[in-house]
Design a protein around this ligand. Structure first.
Ligand SMILES: *Cc1c(COP(=O)(O)O)cnc(C)c1O
Length: 372
């Protein structure tokens, strides 16, 4: 699905040098590389505060911890997402309230949010799934009207541009807080675990800086209950180099997406990813929706051809056993259920060659032609 080895070969001298410098300096935690990455990221995103942390799941958890919510408060979120988005809500004693997604963008359906708002609702956590931004202007409008916080799960859409009334902004900087993950296979991935939180709100930033560091205000004075969540200096050094490449990486992914789009245009029943009109799809995944085609048979056939393909996600959050206490399996999310049975993600990464794309597409064509 990804080719991190070839990607590394192209930046190897810079990365090896940067990692060695961290080792020589022996400043493995909170070293100058972490501060430098933080500031590079703030400039790239055009945001006032970037708070590095240990992973994307922590980023989401710390964001929600900073909002001062009470147990039983409700958080609106899609069910069609990676489990981390929804898991942290329950972990903090909050209640996830699942809202269906839009069939085209596969992100939370903004037209269905207001019906899910109660007097306990405190926040909305939209997910920019697969690299496609959710409808942020509408979500923020609803949030303002009902005095709710917006925490963007931007783990799959780092670097995406969103065209709003105020001009172009990066996803993850539109809501009160944005979160990302630097898991190696993400669009901006490090060589281990990593994550970051973004905000323009000085107060929330100050609180989250305390939370990531055991709730500490000054050394050995702990004002609030926090966690230990740090990005280490080696990862920060790698990320500084890869951040310079991020726009090129996005361009490479979009080129692969264009190739697939052109190839699948002639196949009825193969719906290619819809690109939102207000945002730039950064193609963390290239995900087809298959109608009248046996998705699981195609998935199995591709495995016999050594073509990786993945189902993100086979079981939506609201049907996961972990949420059985909330009775959420009874929530009606017809589009989410429908998509879970029909989506298939194809290999997409920054190093794909034309001959690889040709092989993947001809393998899929072989299946589709034999089964139509
Ligand atoms: C990867 C991911 C996360 C979690 O990030 P980790 O760094 O693995 O903890 C959260 N949400 C979404 C949508 C993701 O894709």
């Amino acid at each position: 699905m990804v080719d991190l080895k070839s990607q590394y070969q192209k930046i190897k001298p810079a990365v090896d040098k940067a990692i060695n410098e961290v080792i020589e300096s022996a400043q493995f935690i909170n070293g100058p590389e972490v501060k430098a990455f933080q500031s590079d990221m703030e400039s790239y995103l055009g945001v006032n505060h970037v708070i590095p942390c240990a992973n994307g799941t922590d980023a989401l958890q710390i964001s929600l911890m900073a909002l001062g919510l009470k147990p039983g408060d409700e958080v609106i979120t899609p069910s069609f997402t990676f489990i981390a988005t929804t898991e942290v809500i329950a972990l903090l004693g909050l209640k996830p309230v699942f809202v269906d997604v839009d069939k085209d963008t596969m992100c939370i359906d903004a037209t269905k949010i207001e019906a899910a708002i109660t007097d306990k609702t405190r926040a909305i956590v939209p997910v920019h799934l697969y690299g496609q931004a959710a409808e942020m202007e509408e979500i923020i409008r609803i949030a303002h009207k009902h005095k709710l916080f917006v925490v963007e799960d931007n783990a799959q859409a780092i670097g995406s541009d969103y065209n709003c009334v105020d001009g172009m902004q990066k996803t993850g900087t539109l809501g009160d807080i944005g979160c990302t993950s630097f898991f190696p296979s993400k669009n901006l991935g490090c060589y281990g675990d990593g994550g970051a939180i973004f905000t323009n709100n000085d107060e929330l930033a100050a609180k989250m800086r305390m939370i990531v560091n055991h709730g500490q205000s000054k050394r050995y004075y702990h004002d609030i209950v926090g966690v230990n969540s740090r990005l280490d200096s080696v990862q920060a050094a790698v990320l500084r180099i890869k951040l310079r490449e991020l726009d090129n990486y996005i361009a490479a992914r979009r080129k692969v997406a264009d190739y697939y789009d052109n190839f699948f245009a002639k196949y009825d029943g193969v719906k290619t990813p819809v690109r939102g009109t207000h945002s730039k799809h950064v193609f963390h995944q290239y995900t087809l929706t298959l109608e009248g085609i046996d998705r699981d048979a195609l998935n199995a056939f591709l495995a016999t051809k050594d073509v990786p393909s993945m189902i993100y996600y086979p079981v939506p959050a609201h049907k996961q056993e972990m949420f059985s206490a909330f009775g959420s399996a009874a929530t009606e999310l017809p589009v989410t259920d429908w998509l879970c049975e029909r989506v298939l993600s194809l290999p997409i990464h920054t190093e794909m060659e034309d001959d690889q794309l040709e092989y993947i597409c001809s393998s899929i064509a072989e299946f589709l032609d034999a089964n139509s």
